[in-house]
Design a protein around this ligand. Structure first.
Ligand code: GDP
Length: 298
């Protein structure tokens, strides 16, 4: 079935028909439709601009201008370029655990994006599929409920949970958990952190300190697929505060087109490693850039 974008472009091309061949101006018109589609998917404007500029060069090649169905040819180029931008064919989807055990994975992101849920999903995946001994800990001292939530979901994951309380300092929790993980021969320590509703300097300072204390082998930025234009600024702030190693795109089962993925990937430059596909503990998949590209375009 043709995508909505392909149909739009095909209509546009019909209007053009009658000319001997399509021109640069026609390609510009078609790219305007692509731009609209990306904006509708909530890809941030600067990211869209940059993307369109890159596609334009390729689109002006023979592949589109000389094609009998230029609309489809252009969608093909856009699709390939989108998938490539989102990391298709690039290695690094698996979690890197190549560190002196325990390998530490630090979870970062705003509140409500799915950090705690994803921590448990990763705990399950590492326990079951990679046969690792996994410890989780929450450094969210502002929300005791979040600590309890991690305890519950870690149990469901079949992993172990390290207790913490709201009276402790996050960095002290991190050090205690790391020490425990070392002494009890855990392979992996997953550290869930506090989020905020918006980026603030105190949050960034805290997570920088956690990073320094833990020296994680993976620092994952968790972003909600439903998040709109603002995803770019949030990703930028986390990317500037921390040496991120990957992105997890959550809530891909929602009805958003997930432009946040493209924005986050664009500004951080790190691979999107996983996609959250449900609220359930096994709802985590290796990110499929090609499939997601099709969805972003609608
Ligand atoms: P945190 O504040 O970042 O730790 O976010 P939580 O892990 O508490 O998740 C917030 C809400 O999003 C919860 O209701 C989760 O069940 C839900 N959630 C997380 N990941 C996914 C996902 O991939 N799909 C769906 N549908 N819901 C998710």
């Amino acid at each position: 079935m043709a995508s909505a974008l392909t149909e739009k472009l095909s209509r546009l091309v019909k209007e053009i028909r009658g000319q001997a061949r399509i021109t640069e101006a026609n390609v510009t018109d078609m790219l305007r439709e692509v731009r609209m589609a990306l904006l509708e998917a909530d890809v941030a404007l600067p990211v869209v601009r940059d993307f369109i500029a890159r596609v334009k060069g390729k689109a002006l090649g023979q592949e589109v201008l000389g094609s009998l169905s230029p609309g489809q040819a252009l969608v093909g180029i856009v699709n390939r370029e989108l998938a490539a931008t989102m990391g298709q064919g690039q290695p690094g989807a698996e979690l890197n655990l190549a560190a002196q055990p325990p390998a530490v994975v630090l979870m970062a992101g705003l509140q409500g994006t799915g950090k705690t849920t994803t921590t448990a999903k990763l705990a399950k995946l590492l326990t079951e599929r990679r046969k690792k001994k996994v410890l989780t800990v929450s450094a969210d001292v502002y929300r005791p409920a979040a600590i309890e939530q991690l305890k519950t979901v870690t149990k469901q994951a079949g992993a172990e949970w390290f207790p913490s309380t709201g009276e402790q300092k996050p960095v002290d929790i991190a050090r205690a958990a790391l020490d425990h993980a070392r002494r009890h021969y855990f392979d992996v320590l997953l550290v869930d952190t506090a989020g905020r509703l918006a980026v603030d300097e105190a949050l960034m300072q805290e997570i920088r300190e956690l990073h320094a204390a833990l020296n994680p082998v993976e620092t994952l930025f968790v972003v909600d697929a439903m998040q709109g234009q603002d995803a770019m600024n949030v990703a930028k702030a986390f990317g500037e505060a921390l040496p991120l190693t990957g992105i997890v795109l959550t809530k891909t089962d929602g009805d958003s087109r997930g432009g946040a993925a493209l924005s986050a990937r664009h500004v951080t430059g790190v691979p999107i490693k996983f996609a959250g596909t449900s609220e359930k503990i096994d709802g985590l998949e290796v990110f499929d850039a090609e499939r997601h590209a099709g969805r972003v375009l609608g």
